[in-house]
Design a protein around this ligand. Structure first.
Ligand code: PMP
Length: 416
């Protein structure tokens, strides 16, 4: 039977009336960090001596034994075929063993899902536990991908702002004030991108206990676990609060620890039923992660941590240089980051001032002026839900770092 709509019914729409891009996907904004990086690279390719502080990746090559494992994997026909969507069984096992070794969290291989980078783990984590209308507490400044992944899952990001006065750490009181009957999840990231903040273990435990008390899930992103400095230590929430394990998803990957951003291997760890559901999603979305990359990741997580120790020493040196140089610029306030490879200075005092005949309207506007006049690329705080700041990655060569901050400082000193 044909169903006939009335001539003036809103359901009668011609193809040209319809949105070309769905509302859901059309609402996603471009990754601001990747956009800044792309702009800096394009200007560089055009011959401009741009120094980029935008990239979120180590500037080191992947350690040779990992590369060799991948080369051997290429020649093995077993890796030329589809493999289980959840990941190579030996990699799931090795990730479970590595997790216990590094954070003390004991999990079974069937609680591990290997994903195409940590980013896919972020997306699948939200997709697997968030229903339309569920609220997700999202401390800001936050990594740009989280709110988009939450919204794609139909969730509502509830931003909980923090600032330099608390070292960008959210308190239980703030979380409690933002909690409603619709709160389903807390997103927790320590060490943090973009601020470099690392939560002390007592605060991690306090937040974990609060989540258990209120039946709130925690998605905890541990991708920078090995990049901590001074007296900071990474503490894994479900280790400190074991009762949380049944309502906790841990995200991680090889990108930052082994300088493997381009290999695209991450993982999601959680209760077996949620991991199974996330695996079902992945089986229709992307299937198994490239086997050659999985074999490389297997070599990485089963091998030593000496390469990350070397990188950490270099990052630590650059961190100190950067904080010292930024703090010397009038109008710039830079708390000392304790983890990851980012500094997150406030530039609020420069807003409203004049630089080269232009009144600075916002941190995004200031970042444009810095790119134009100092040929230095930074990511403005607008990208992280916290305007008034810049994020600068110190994962770049020492000489470029010094020259870039010097050039930016010279320009910012002109502010009147
Ligand atoms: N989580 C955080 C906090 C990150 O900064 C990143 C990378 N920028 C990721 C996850 C994802 O990393 P990848 O997809 O490269 O594994």
């Amino acid at each position: 039977m044909l169903s006939m709509a009335a001539p003036d019914s809103p359901s009668v729409t011609s193809a040209s009336d319809r949105r070309r891009v769905s509302a859901r996907v059309g609402g996603i904004s471009e990754s601001a960090t990747l956009a800044v990086d792309a702009k800096a690279k394009a200007l560089k390719a055009a011959g401009r001596p741009v120094i980029g502080f935008g990239a979120g990746e180590p500037d080191f090559p992947t350690p040779q034994p990992i590369v060799e494992a991948a080369a051997a994997a290429c020649a093995d026909p077993r890796n030329h075929r589809y493999t289980p969507a959840a990941g190579l069984p030996e990699l799931r096992e090795a990730v479970a063993a590595k997790t216990e070794r590094d954070s003390g969290y004991r999990v079974q291989p069937n609680q591990v899902l290997i994903t195409n980078g940590g980013k896919q783990a972020v997306y699948q984590a939200f997709a697997s536990i968030v229903d339309p209308g569920d609220e997700v507490l999202l401390p800001a400044p936050y990594w740009t991908t989280y709110p988009e992944a939450i919204r794609l899952a139909g969730g509502v990001p509830v931003v909980v702002p923090t600032d330099e006065s608390t070292g960008y750490l959210v308190s239980v009181e703030q979380l409690e004030a933002a909690r409603t009957p619709r709160t389903k999840v807390l997103l927790f990231c320590s060490p943090s991108n973009p601020t470099g903040a690392v939560y002390p273990p007592e605060q991690v435990a306090e937040i974990g206990r609060w989540a258990v008390e209120h039946g709130i899930w925690v998605i905890t992103d541990e991708i920078y676990e090995h990049l901590v400095y001074d007296d900071a230590r990474h503490a894994s929430m479900p280790v400190l609060v074991p009762e949380l394990a049944d309502t906790c998803l841990v995200l991680n990957g090889v990108a930052k620890t082994y300088a493997m951003t381009g290999w695209r291997v991450g993982w999601l760890i959680g209760p077996a039923d949620v991991v199974k559901a996330a695996t079902n999603l992945q089986s229709h979305l992307s299937s198994n992660v490239c086997n050659v990359a999985q074999r490389a990741a297997l070599a990485a997580v089963s091998g030593p941590l000496d390469a990350v120790a070397e990188m950490r020493a270099a990052f630590d040196r650059r961190r100190r240089t950067m904080v010292e140089m930024l703090s010397a610029i009038p109008g710039v306030t830079c708390p000392t980051p304790k983890g990851a490879f980012y500094a997150y200075p406030s530039v609020k005092e420069l807003i409203g001032k004049e630089i080269r005949g232009t009144t600075v309207e916002s941190s995004a506007h200031l970042a444009e002026l810095v790119l134009e006049h100092a040929e230095v690329a930074v990511v403005p705080g607008e990208a992280f839900g916290a305007p008034g700041y810049f994020r600068l990655s110190y994962a770049l060569g020492d000489d470029d770092l010094v020259e870039g901050v010097r050039r930016m400082g010279e320009l910012l000193r002109e502010a009147r």
